[in-house]
Design a protein around this ligand. Structure first.
Ligand code: ADP
Ligand code: ADP
Length: 227
């Protein structure tokens, strides 16, 4: 599904990625775990071409992402970051429907999709579709961010420390929500975190990074049993 082959990226004197090799199978909930500066965010951003590698390549379903137009590519890839950045003057529905609208979907189809996604994220559509972002709790805003990333039916979902800005209790609720969402949709998810507990609780494939490389990858069980 996603394959990193010898991916290198240098910023000035910093080697952010130093030959990253990694394969994420279709339908996996893959978690990149590592300390600050390990290269996790850089790796994630090479997938949707917010960053282009200096060397190596990234394949999505067998196709080199470098061969695709970045805007076209990004419509197939949901992206969720910390402190999600909803447009404050748009309703929840308008925020979630932003990409489908760009793609020229009919209004009725967008409205149905918005309601479907609100229900999937367990927010009552009639209560939430017309709210403004300022009327949402942190956890709810993050759910809307996830719904927005899923709106156009992406092949994969990239999440960069998505719950880092939330309090501990809300973060735990969102982790459960993501596990449920993954089970319900079977979507391939690649999530970046420095939180060991989060990584072990969510991952079907746990990928430990340090100094721009993969240290270890496997199921959480395999990594716990490793010598
Ligand atoms: P992580 O997500 O694991 O914390 P990053 O991928 O964000 O790591 O960063 C890896 C290294 O590359 C760090 O040393 C970081 O400071 C550096 N880096 C990342 N992005 C840039 C950038 N745009 N300009 C300069 N240095 C960067
Ligand atoms: P979550 O667990 O999803 O983060 P909270 O427990 O923080 O939700 O929020 C509790 C309730 O308070 C929610 O139903 C939410 O709609 C409401 N709420 C939070 N902030 C606001 C706000 N600024 N305006 C209106 N309602 C709010």
């Amino acid at each position: 599904m996603i394959r990193f082959e010898g991916v290198r990226k240098t910023f000035g004197a910093t080697r952010a990625l130093d030959g990253l090799d990694l394969e994420v199978p279709e339908g996996a909930f893959a978690v990149l775990l590592g300390g600050s500066g390990a290269g996790k965010s850089t790796a994630l951003r090479t997938v949707n071409r917010l960053i282009d590698p200096d060397a190596g390549r990234v394949l999505l379903r067998g196709r080199d992402v470098a061969q695709e137009e970045a805007p076209t590519l990004r419509r197939r890839i949901g992206y969720v970051i910390q402190g999600i950045g909803l447009f404050p003057h748009w309703t929840v529905a308008r925020n979630i429907g932003a990409v489908p609208r760009l793609l020229g979907w009919e209004d009725r189809r967008i409205a149905a999709r918005v309601d479907e996604l609100l229900a999937l994220l367990r927010l009552d559509p009639s209560a939430y579709r017309d709210r403004m972002p300022a009327q949402l709790s942190g956890g709810q805003a993050q759910r809307i961010g996830v719904a927005r990333a899923l709106a156009a039916g992406p092949d994969i979902l990239l999440m960069d420390e998505p719950f880092g800005a939330l309090d501990a209790i809300t973060r735990q609720a969102m982790q459960q929500e993501m596990a449920r969402l993954h089970a319900a949709t079977g979507k391939t998810i690649l999530l970046v975190t420095h939180d060991v507990d989060e990584a072990f609780s969510l991952a079907t494939q746990l990928c430990v990074m340090a100094e721009g490389r993969l240290l270890q990858a496997g199921t959480p069980r395999e990594l716990l049993d490793a010598p």
